[in-house]
Structures are given as C-alpha cells and as structure tokens.
Ligand binder design. Structure first.
Ligand code: HEM
Length: 300
C-alpha cells in the first residue's frame, strides 16, 4: 500500500474513532443505570460519555461527507457498501442512517468480536492439545478451504462456544422491563422491575458445566445446550443481531491465524478477566509471540 497523506490521515481518523469508541465502552455500564445518566459537565460520568459520543459523531459525519463527495463504487469497505445500498424504491441511506449503521458496527460489533477472538486465542494456546486438534481438523479441508466449510467445522465451533462460555464477552443481557405482574420461578415481579440475564453466572453453573473454570470444548460436542443454558449472545427476540457475523468472523480469523502461524503465549501467567464497561476483556491483553510461519497456510 502506498503511504500517501490521505492514507495516513484515514489511518489516524480510524485510530481516533476506535480509541474513542473504546473509551466510550469502558464507561458504557452507565447504560444499565438510568439514574446515573445526568449531565453534570464533562467531569461527570454521563457528561464525559456525551462528550465522547459527540466527538465520535463528528468524526463519523465528516467521514460520511468525505466519502459521499469522493464516492468510488469499486471499493469494498463497509461504508462504500452502505453508501451503495438501495431500498426497494431505489433510495439510499441518509447521513443519520449511515451514522447509525456505523456506530452499531463499531460499538456493538467491533470491540465485542475482537475481545472474543482474543479470549479464544488465549484459551487455544493455553491448551496446546486443543490447538493441535484444531489444526488436524483444519487439515481435513485441504489447501484452499471455502469460508463456509471452515464455519461448519464441529471442533472449531465447540472451541468458539467454550471460549464464549468460560469468558462471555457480555456479562449481562440488555435489561428487560416487566410490563404486567408476572411470576418468575419463586419471584413475583411488579411492573417497572428491570431484569437482567446474567450470562457469566449461568455459564459457570456447576450443574450445567462440571468443572466450570476448565476450558473443555468437548462439552459442546457431548451435549446440546439449550438457549437458557448457553446464551453468549443473549436470548429471545432481542438477542444479538450480529451473532452470525461475529461467529463467522471469529472462526475465520482463528482458523486463518492457526493455519498460517505458529504462535505461543508470551508467558505462562494466567490472563485474568477485567470488566470493561459492559464487557469482560483480558486484563492487559493477550501477549503472544510468533514462533514461525507455517508452510502450508490457507491460501488467500
Ligand atoms: C462475539 C461478539 C458479540 C457478542 C458476545 C455479542 C453479545 C451481545 C449480547 C449479549 C447482546 C444482548 C442481547 C440480549 O439482551 O438478549 C447483544 C445485543 C446486540 N448486538 Fe451483539 N454481540 C457480539 C457481536 C455483535 C456484532 C458483530 C454486531 C453487529 C454487527 C452486534 C450487534 C448487536 C446489536 C445491534 C444488539 C442489540 C439488539 C437489540 O436490542 O435488539 N453484536 N450482543
């Protein structure tokens, strides 16, 4: 790639958006506590949240306007695809719609999937026998496997599920509000009560997942978990709309990295989960070293 000033400028803008988005997510727990949403200036949590939100919006709207004026239908990045999209009447999206699509991808889609991939890389390399089994499974697909064949691999699926079980990126579901009195197990819930599904606690129940703190992908091959037992992407009609995309990305990235590179964890220390807003991420990241490039990598 040629490093022209405009490429460098784009890279800076991208880094700024990602960094601001990251900061926004760190304080995103505010979304769960409506009473804390009071703008008492830039030093108050909600004031700071609003300030970050405005900065991200400005960058995104500037990028949208820039790309509208220099529209190049030959590009395949997500903003070009969104700009090219037409509804049944041939109408494209307005700036606000484009902004909303981008912010969903950035806030709900980017950080979550990247965190899930980091956890999976950690668990797979913490257990070399799992990495070996994964490679054996990948080898069965030959030299240039189709993306969908990778997506359907049973052991790779089990590894991703187990990683999302033991370290679910989202600890809680989005809250639901009771509309009319309801009995739920032994609780009588009144209208206005907010209910959260705790994904982390459910995924660590000993009766469902014996030895819950052990990474054992086999459990997902040995039994089928119900949507009430395994719900890394939430549940019901408001479950995550990005689940299929996230799993697709997760599997392709993991398979490609494993198949092409021999990585190892930089040290033997266990990585601790750290709460980052509404997500849990590896505290301090997952540090890895590249031992060597595998010769029989997936052809791109
Ligand atoms: C590993 C990656 C991801 C995880 C673990 C995850 C997890 C979740 C969870 C737990 C919820 C709450 C569902 C509920 O309350 O029942 C949610 C909602 C949502 N997610 Fe994801 N997500 C991921 C990736 C994505 C991606 C890639 C996108 C978009 C491209 C996305 C978009 C959304 C949206 C828009 C909602 C709100 C849905 C609604 O309220 O109707 N997520 N996600």
């Amino acid at each position: 790639m040629l490093l022209t000033p405009s490429v460098i400028w784009k890279a800076i803008i991208n880094a700024m958006v990602i960094s601001l988005t990251h900061q926004l997510l760190v304080i995103s727990s505010l979304l769960y506590f409506p009473f804390l949403r009071k703008d008492l200036g830039a030093w108050s949590p909600w004031g700071y949240f609003r300030c970050l939100q405005q900065q991200i919006d400005q960058l995104l709207y500037a990028e949208i306007s820039d790309r509208r004026t220099q529209y190049d239908p030959g590009l395949t990045d997500i903003l070009t695809l969104l700009l090219s999209a037409r509804d049944e009447d041939g109408k494209g999206m307005n700036d606000q719609q484009l902004h909303d699509e981008l912010i969903t991808l950035l806030l709900a889609g980017h950080e979550t999937t990247a965190t899930a991939i980091s956890w999976a890389l950690y668990w797979v390399h913490k257990h070399p026998e799992v990495a070996e089994k994964l490679l054996k499974e990948l080898d069965t697909l030959g030299d240039a496997p189709e993306a969908m064949s990778i997506f359907k691999l049973p052991y790779l699926t089990a590894v991703c599920n187990e990683s999302l079980r033991i370290c679910p990126v989202a600890i809680l579901t989005v809250p639901r509000e009771v509309k009319e009195p309801v009995e739920l197990m032994d609780y009588s819930l009144e209208p206005g009560t907010r209910i959260y599904g705790c994904i982390y606690l459910t995924h660590h129940r000993k009766d469902l997942y014996p030895e819950p703190n052990k990474f054992k992908p086999e459990r997902f091959l040995e039994r089928q978990y119900t949507p009430y037992e395994f719900f890394a992407f939430g549940g019901g009609s408001r479950r995550c709309i990005g689940e299929a995309l996230a799993l697709f990305e997760m599997k392709l990235v993991l398979a490609t990295i494993l198949y092409n590179y021999q990585l190892a964890l930089a040290d033997n220390q266990s990585v601790k989960p750290k709460r980052r807003g509404v997500t849990i991420a590896p505290a301090g990241g997952v540090k890895m070293v590249l031992n060597q490039r595998r010769l029989c990598g997936i052809k791109n």
